[in-house]
Design a binder for this molecule. Structure first.
Ligand SMILES: C[S@@+](CC[C@H](N)C(=O)[O-])C[C@H]1O[C@@H](n2cnc3c(N)ncnc32)[C@H](O)[C@@H]1O
Length: 203
């Protein structure tokens, strides 16, 4: 089995468990910035079971959700139907995922942890994929999270700090760019004080 297949199977397995691994409420940082987002099309990377897409869909955004887990996205579609939200889903590995340039008013990346080789190329594509004035909303665990152990990857390579992010997202104007430790209660896998980086940036 390849490493990518192994990763995908792990996520499928997690999403086959009953309930929603990260809850059905949207990510708290996303909720805190939603009024600053331009209206229009949203690309949500690593959307999982759909909590963030449904939240945005209910607020009038047009959502496309990408994730490698077909099981996760099937749950996302079900959640969207339950809330009367239109959701377009795409099962895809972000490695090599093509983002059409200047196509998205908003890109959302909440706890999307991929290795540096994928991340660098993905972030370039994200910067170019935004329309002028388009926004990126991102929250991810930092390496400090390894000491806290309240969720997130155990592999240092999948975690990212603020200076790396700012470098890899050059070309954007940062309105929020900070590392912080916050109480996270977003499902059973993200529970407790979490060390995160938060970004709201505009092209
Ligand atoms: C911690 S979950 C976060 C899900 C969602 N963003 C949320 O906050 O509820 C991480 C997600 O990243 C996805 N993922 C990880 N690596 C990926 C890759 N290479 N391509 C596509 N999706 C990936 C997993 O399938 C999983 O759904």
């Amino acid at each position: 089995m390849t490493q990518a297949q192994d990763g995908k199977d792990r996520w499928d397995e997690r999403y086959r468990e009953p309930g929603f691994a990260y809850g059905t409420e949207a990510n708290e940082f996303l909720q805190s910035v939603v009024t600053r987002l331009p209206p229009g099309r949203v690309l949500s990377l690593a959307e999982g079971e759909g909590r963030n897409a449904v939240y945005l869909g209910k607020r009038g955004f047009q959502l496309t959700a990408v994730d490698q887990s077909a099981v996760g996205l099937a749950k996302a579609s079900g959640l969207a139907r339950m809330h009367g939200v239109d959701l377009s889903t795409e099962v895809a590995d972000l490695k090599g995922y093509r983002i059409e340039p200047s196509s998205w008013e908003v890109v959302v990346s909440i706890f999307c942890h991929v290795p540096p080789s994928i991340r660098k190329r993905l972030y370039r594509a994200v910067v170019e994929g935004l329309v002028p004035g388009g926004a990126l909303v991102l929250e991810a665990y930092t390496p400090q999270q390894l000491e806290l152990g309240t969720g997130g990857p155990k592999d240092r390579d999948l975690l990212v700090d603020l200076s790396t992010l700012c470098r890899e997202l050059s070309g954007l104007t940062f309105e929020i760019a900070r590392e912080t430790v916050r109480e996270i209660h977003e499902g059973r896998y993200h529970d407790g004080a979490g060390a995160v980086v938060q970004v709201l940036a505009f092209r």
